[in-house]
Design a protein around this ligand. Structure first.
Ligand code: NAG
Ligand code: NAG
Ligand code: NAG
Ligand code: NAG
Ligand code: NAG
Ligand code: NAG
Ligand code: NAG
Ligand code: NAG
Length: 277
């Protein structure tokens, strides 16, 4: 009895040790909450906005355009060259000290897919295969079925940073970059990046995912709105009120969100937030 219990404990310990190693890129977040987050996707092959929309289960291509501050007139079939970085906007859920995308993207298993291929290649290493297995309660990583729907748990975070509300951005480190350069480019400090990610320049690796807090603009969307708190990252725009309102953030407006009617017809009738406009 005692022996069995001990070996069970050892097995569990070993299991969880291996587990935390393979999920070294998950972001910690301490406050249970939801928010929206951004993450870099670098397609290994030539791709299009339509394809990225499908891959990441994004409802509208305009949310991808908005996250990248691209014109709304950009065509869905526009070619995106291999290795170009595209930011994806997605809903984040912080629970149990981990931030993960909230039930999306959903990936449908194709013929000849394996979990490793899906994690490392299709989603370019933004997740690991044990993370996909854990998120979908898959006991045997070698057993997945064609047509099976898999939740892909993208890392994210909703925590305030130094008491300030931010939009967390999963940034893929480029070769030859440094914490100082990344901090400069995204308006944060080396110290903040160091603390959030537990990395320093000697441990920084190209291709690594870093939690980068982006300064955001604030809104007056009322607190019971589904989009509350509406934080829009520097140099991006965002649709709210069922797409009726387009809100833009840039530093030039003193971090005040600039909102206007988007001209997009709502897909269904909703009550507009009282003071969204
Ligand atoms: C993209 O779609 C537009 C219309 O939807 C079409 O006119 C154009 O030829 C397409 N371009 C490519 C590269 O497929
Ligand atoms: C994309 O980047 C990878 C790794 O840096 C490189 O091996 C590959 O050749 C690049 N592909 C293209 C089309 O530039
Ligand atoms: C969070 O932790 C609790 C208690 O350990 C557990 O019951 C719950 O399933 C966990 N939730 C998620 C989403 O992992
Ligand atoms: C990229 O293209 C190669 C060659 O066509 C293919 O083997 C690979 O699966 C593609 N990768 C992705 C992520 O689609
Ligand atoms: C946004 O506004 C609320 C109240 O108006 C304030 O408490 C909060 O600190 C502001 N957030 C940011 C990021 O400025
Ligand atoms: C805001 O974004 C602009 C454009 O990308 C950039 O030049 C600026 O440094 C950013 N500022 C902050 C504080 O994030
Ligand atoms: C950088 O981080 C690595 C791994 O966490 C650690 O071993 C090393 O001592 C750190 N170096 C400095 C200069 O802090
Ligand atoms: C910008 O915001 C700060 C703090 O909210 C305020 O003190 C300052 O007057 C504002 N500047 C302008 C030009 O609106």
């Amino acid at each position: 009895m005692g022996f069995h219990f001990t070996s069970l404990l050892l097995t569990l310990l070993l299991f969880s040790t291996l587990y935390s190693k393979s999920s070294s890129e998950t972001f910690k977040c301490s406050t249970p909450s939801t928010c929206h987050s951004l993450i870099d996707y670098i397609s290994p092959n030539t791709t299009t906005f339509s394809h990225i929309k499908t891959l990441f289960s994004v409802k509208n291509i305009r949310s991808i355009l908005a996250a990248n501050n691209l014109p709304l007139s950009t065509l869905p079939n526009t070619t995106i060259p291999a290795n170009q970085t595209i930011k994806i906007s997605f809903p984040c859920l912080c629970i149990n000290n981990t931030g993960q995308s909230n039930n999306e993207p959903i990936y449908t298993v194709q013929k000849d897919d394996g979990l490793y291929h899906i994690a490392a290649e299709v989603f370019s290493g933004l997740v690991t295969y044990p993370e996909i297995a854990a998120a979908n309660n898959i006991p045997d990583v070698n057993l997945i079925k064609v047509g099976q729907k898999l939740k892909i748990p993208l890392p994210c975070n909703c925590d305030d940073v130094d008491g300030v509300k931010v939009v967390h951005y999963g940034h893929v480190v480029k070769a030859g970059s440094s914490l100082e350069l990344i901090a400069q480019e995204y308006g944060t400090s080396k110290d903040t990046l160091l603390k959030l990610n537990g990395v320093n320049d000697s441990s920084l690796l190209a291709g690594q995912l870093l939690d980068v807090p982006l300064q955001a603009c604030n809104s007056s969307v009322r607190s019971d709105s589904v989009d509350y708190p509406l934080l829009v990252a520097n140099n991006t725009y965002f649709f709210t009120a069922n797409n009726c309102v387009k809100c833009t953030c840039n530093a030039a407006n003193n971090w005040t969100l600039q909102c206007e009617a988007s001209g997009i017809k709502p897909s269904k009738l909703v009550n507009l937030p009282r003071n969204a406009m």
